[in-house]
Design a binder for this molecule. Sequence first.
Ligand code: HXC
Length: 514
Amino acid sequence: MGNIKKIETLNQKRKETMLGGGEKAIQKQKESGKLTARERIDLLLDKGSFNEYDLFAQHEGRDFGMSDKVLNGDGVIIGTGTVNGSPVCVFAQDFTVSGGSLGLMHAKKITKIMDVALNMRIPLIGINDSGGARIQEGVSALAGYGEIFYRNTQASGVIPQISVILGPCAGGAVYSPALTDYVFVVDKVSKMFITGPEVIKTVLGEEISMEDLGGARVHSEITGNAHFFAENEDDCFKQIRKLLSFIPHNNKKAAEEKETKMPALKLDINKIVPEDPTKPYDVRDVIKSVIDDSDFVEVQEKFAQNIVVGYGRINGKTVGFIANQPLYLAGVLDVDSSDKAARFIRYCDAFNIPVVTFVDLPGYLPGVDQEHAGVIRHGAKILYAYSEATVPKITVILRKAYGGGYIAMSSRHLNADFVYAWPTAEIAVMGPQGAANIIFRKEIMEAENPEEMRKQKVEEYKERFANPYVAAARGYVDSVIEPSETRNMLIHSLKICENKAEVKTEKKHGIPPF
Ligand code: HXC
């Protein structure tokens, strides 16, 4: 065969193989409201930057009629490309080929690209759309999953790992996304569960749709398994590209710096924090009024909304924000918000992203439900995460900082580098009402007018403790600042912390309250 013919043959083979499961299967994929694996890669990467590997890989299955079955690319596409000009690794399961089911070669392709990502220290993005372990390949398929989980764990904290759920992700397959850093889901497209509706019906006799069991909203709002929710696939890939512009691409590299732009939102104390301490406000307005261009990337926006976590830039550099949200459950810490914050803090620490904490909370959420759900164990995670983190930690107390909440939210005592308070801060063991009722109970009961006496004692308590000055007098607060000074204080403090070198106690690793 002449050279020209050989090249023609290559191009013909490429064309056929790149069709995946063929026209009919592609049609079915489209009819179910999904893009194809190749369209997804195109949306993710910079135009024309994709280099594919193992296009001609084939499975070696011999059982159940597999020996003469050709599965193009073995149901997964792998390769490298760029996002915003920076290199990334990607795999995308191709549902048109045997339902994107995972056999041994399929898994080998995934682990190959995972190895490239880890060796080259570049982010890994995995697009999941699969019926799970390829049933015909038995234990080989299970082995494949194990190899993936092992690599997810090795890569954790070294490179960002992003999972995109764009179809079914069932059974043990869910544990790869669960081991990665960010899970993206798309409304009505993503389905993620351990046991599907049919098993549930057989075992428990309960009927439930896939959507209600493990759809995008369920994982964004209830389980917290997803970190980003998108209305459609196009929006999803835009969100991934944006996130990648905010985070460092490995644990030794800083995030790309952007030109500094002043916040679009002005910090007007009278508009943001109401005079009445029982009234809520949106803490995202505080974040947006201190970050460049007010451009905030919120993580797990719809889950445990009593705490807000996400990224913004200050003077062009990425910062992680953790803020109690008075709009939701008064910003209390509970099981879910502790989990959410602790994980985010650990991520920032692993990737050297400074942490800024805004505090306004009445404490941990009381109640039998919370106690029985393990609020002690989960609540401890946030203490552990802050205490363990060696990145710059700057805290601003906006309003309430009561009890355990005061300690937990990156207090000086957990080794925060700088702690500031607004004049509206109230730092005490508990709120004035509760405190006055306990310590002045006798006086209130014995007074001629108990209500009047209660009011008087609440005022007395507020005067003495519900302010930032007692903590400032002890050096627990470094400076009481005007709200309008916050951005400049953060810029200055982050500069001071730039070469922070905190020595850790030597040990293999600690045992966090997982
Ligand atoms: C082999 C599979 C497959 C699988 C789907 N297919 N799942 N082949 N192994 N796990 C094939 C189908 O036979 C079909 O092949 C093609 O993919 C498309 O599947 P359909 O059923 O026609 O598609 P759809 O109606 O959209 O339904 C999708 C589905 C369903 C909901 C995912 O296919 C399904 O329930 N599959 C089985 C899911 C499952 O139980 N997986 C095992 C989980 S246990 P043809 O040739 O007709 O096109 C697991 C253990 C992992 O994963 C443990 C790791 C620790």
